[in-house]
Design a protein around this ligand. Structure first.
Ligand code: AOS
Ligand code: ZN
Ligand code: ZN
Ligand code: ZN
Length: 406
């Protein structure tokens, strides 16, 4: 790329000891999955606003997701949710994805929208309901096989509202027992990611309330079970990058659900409210990618990055494009930290020097780098503009209102 902005940027980074070619190589490998449910209508408990042009079936969701990848170059797979994306022929769904230049990623079971699960799924006191929940998990393993996916993302709405409502310890053991039965059915290439969330829909307790509980279960299950960090699932002020570093060091960081939160599990556009937080999370991963320990490096390479967002007011496809761009931006910045400078400052206990090593990377304008990277990748240099002028947004209006919703 001969653009003078890029050349200038490259010189500036060289002077900071950063090799931009190496950064571009890392960017090439970045893959952030979009969620099929994020293309459907969604809302709050007060109202689901219907938008025009919403996909009417899982096939159209994949078509919309393919647009995001086409323009950003970094979202080649799509997570599906069963039964929201239930079809008669999963091989056909997989083929449709491939014809669009994407693939099917994580399979997400649904253990929260059936009346039977009112008082818990795998943690229900009724063994027949626990069995039903397990059967659904096993069904999802079968679907994963058909669509050639290696990831099962597990989120349990299981929890309670009042003290005394249920026996914490019994539920802990039922949960583990169910997960163990699922674990035993996984293929060798598969892994199950255990997501935690500190509240909601249970407001008094949730069975996987934090990373420690998910981590403990994953450890007991074995190497095919790992922790999924949803950035929206922590109390205010939680140091998520610390959790990330800890899990990487234990080789138990399975994946992410990226999104932004202000108050609760808001599922807003990642990087929209606190870009520094997502930068700091990704910076821990960049450090792990360069770790002397091959096991830590391997964990960092195998993280399943996913968005888990619902765009209630804004149009869905541009919101996904913006989100992927935000991750690209923050990852690029994270790669601009001079790790040697950081280490030296840490060794010397130079607090401000270390903090500057981190912050100076965040402050860089990486636009020239991202544009060069996308051009080389064959994506759109300016994804949002390219989508807007592509005519796709107008074309899908013929789908009308009343498309898929969660
Ligand atoms: C719920 O709060 C979680 O973030 C889940 O990951 C959930 O599975 C996802 O929103 C789709 O149901
Ligand atoms: Zn109120
Ligand atoms: Zn999530
Ligand atoms: Zn959530």
């Amino acid at each position: 790329m001969s653009d003078r902005h890029y050349t200038l940027f490259e010189e500036q980074q060289q002077a900071r000891g950063i090799d931009l070619e190496a950064v571009k190589k890392k960017l090439q490998k970045l893959q952030v999955e979009t969620p099929s449910w994020g293309f459907g209508d969604s809302g709050t408990r007060f109202k689901v606003f219907q938008q025009e042009g919403i996909p009417r079936d899982p096939f159209e969701k994949l078509e919309d997701a393919a647009q995001v990848h086409k323009h950003t170059g970094s979202s080649p797979s799509v997570a599906i949710h069963i039964p929201w994306d239930k079809v008669d022929n999963y091989k056909g769904l997989k083929a449709h994805a491939e014809s669009l230049g994407v693939s099917i990623g994580a399979v997400n079971p649904n253990l929260f929208q059936d009346d039977d699960y009112k008082f818990g799924s795998l943690t229900n006191t009724d063994p027949a309901i626990r069995r039903k929940a397990l059967d659904h998990l096993l069904e999802c393993i079968g679907i994963a096989r058909e669509v050639d996916s290696n990831v099962l993302s597990l989120w349990f709405a299981d929890g309670t509202n009042y003290p005394g409502q249920a026996d914490f310890r019994k539920r802990k053991n039922w949960m583990l027992e169910g997960l163990k039965s699922m674990y035993d059915e996984l293929d060798d290439s598969m892994r199950m990611l255990i997501e935690y969330k500190f509240f909601e829909p249970g407001f008094y307790h949730t069975d996987f309330a934090d990373w420690g509980m998910a981590f403990n279960a994953a450890n007991k299950l074995g190497s095919k079970a790992e922790v999924l960090v949803d950035t929206g699932h922590h109390p205010q002020a939680t140091n998520i990058e610390h959790i990330v570093a800890y899990l990487l060091d234990e080789q138990k960081l399975g994946g992410f659900h990226f999104n932004s939160r202000k108050y609760a599990d808001d599922d807003l556009i990642v990087g929209a409210h606190d870009p520094y937080e997502i930068f700091l999370i990704l910076q821990q991963i960049v450090q792990a990618e360069e770790d002397p320990d091959p096991a830590v490096r391997q964990n960092a390479e195998n993280i399943a990055y996913m968005l888990d967002q619902c765009h209630n007011l804004e149009p869905k496809i541009p919101a996904m494009i913006r989100s992927i761009e935000n991750v690209q931006t923050m990852y690029a910045k994270a790669c601009l930290v001079n790790l040697e400078e950081l280490r030296n400052a840490q060794e010397k206990q130079d607090v401000l020097g270390a903090e500057r090593a981190i912050r100076s990377a965040f402050e860089a304008d990486v636009t020239p780098l991202l544009e060069a990277f996308r051009e080389e990748k064959g994506a759109s240099v300016k994804p949002m503009d390219a989508y807007r002028t592509s005519g796709y947004g107008e074309k899908i209006l013929s789908r009308g209102k009343g498309g898929a919703s969660w």
